[in-house]
Design a protein around this ligand. Sequence first.
Ligand code: DHB
Length: 510
Amino acid sequence: GIALSAQASSDSASSGAAADSLVFDPDGYTKLTTTVTDTDGTDHAVTYHFWKAITYVAHPVDKTYQSLNVSVPVEIDGTAVDASDAPILFANSVGGYMPSSVADATGIGGAGMAGGGAPGGTPSGSAAPSASAPGANGNTNATGGALNSNQLLALAAGYVVVEPGARGRTLKNSGGEYYGTAPAVIVDLKAAVRYVRFNKGRIPGDVDRIVSAGTSAGGAVSALLGASGDSPLYDKYLKELGAADAGDAIFATGAWCPITDLDHADGAYEWNWGTNVTQSTGKVVDQSVSKDLISQFAEYQASLHLKGLNGFGPLTARNLDDYLVQQYLEPSATRYLTDLSDSDRATYLAANTFITWKNGRATFTWADFLTHVGARKKTTPAFDAFDLSAGENNEFGAGTTEARHFTSYSLKHDTTGSAGTRLDSDIPEKLRLMNPMPFLAGKANPGRSKHWWIRLGTKDSDTSLTVSANLAAAAAGLGDEVNHLYYWDQGHGANTDPGDFIKWIAKVTG
Ligand code: DHB
């Protein structure tokens, strides 16, 4: 596994260590080759330059995480390519709000979570990774091979690929202080973007065409990176780290199953999955808690003042079910069924009689859809657990406190006895810094990304299906370009159309 080598506190790091140079060394690469299997099954021989573990801030707290890798294609299928002005895929490998390091990677796509075991990578002459095989390349992070596919396909398309590491929630220094909890992950990713922009002309690629990608917690921070571009709210944190003097706005955002809008995620979750049994117990959760949370969500949803895509009108807790069914779920099932052979479709429809298939279109009710999905993954509340056991409680830890409540409701129902009677005073700011929605549905952030690729599996109950839909509606409401689809019957972390993502990058950056 990857050794945890974290000791410095932010205090000692910013006052003590000599500043790292933020000037990228154009000659500091190794030359590697890999074979990328594209989504048509065609193999491509790619030679690329690989820069490894470059610290992206002048005063790092922990270089193991605050470093990035750069991959630049120089020859594809025997033809020289010039990536000087190519789009830059900025692919994080954050999962579970855990630390993510690229420091031990030996080639593109080799990032893993802390303790996640074998770094992957593709040194020259090693076995070829396959972009179409999940888990290829030895990647053992929470999101399987999905990100590898994006990264390898991007490389084979001639794009520059930047893979940033970032601090995560479990990191603790020798003084027992948590230094990777919120907002560390987004501050680090912004610092990494600033490093890339600062090195315009030294790092190959067009710094005005940075496209972010991430899955799950990585999708959340990718969406946040896109929404919060150039926001001054992060300045003091970036300054502390000695981030490069450059902007952190990105051009486009890719987010797969973003686990975001955490302040409202408990209510959204109950609104969606409240009556489904829980995977671990086979029983429904406490329905009075569930109903309390749903009514909070209804208020929140109304306060967003979002309109649905395609003229749906105001989105409310009363009509979101119809909206999800019409806008996303039925079209998703329709695409899935259309692509099946006649006999496979007949088999699927016989096993799933809740679907009406007529004139090449699938229709069904929300209630039947929920039954079809079956057990929900999480108990209630899904994110701010009464006993502080959720990963998100740790994400909002601070100082020597490992886990904290971040909603008043869960604080009130705390079962640990150690949580006090009020939310800690820094919690509202941390929530604000971690949530893309206020940058889109509130006062629109002018520095936000204007292109959005959002994907979510219909069987993904890691968060509510409304989270992605609201994100999409908020961005579209500002006039941004939004490409949002749900993958039928896919679970958490799915990425079944990476080739389309690569084509979308070409289109929006072209
Ligand atoms: C992830 C999954 C979760 O269920 C969650 O609450 C946070 C993050 C993830 O896979 O990254």
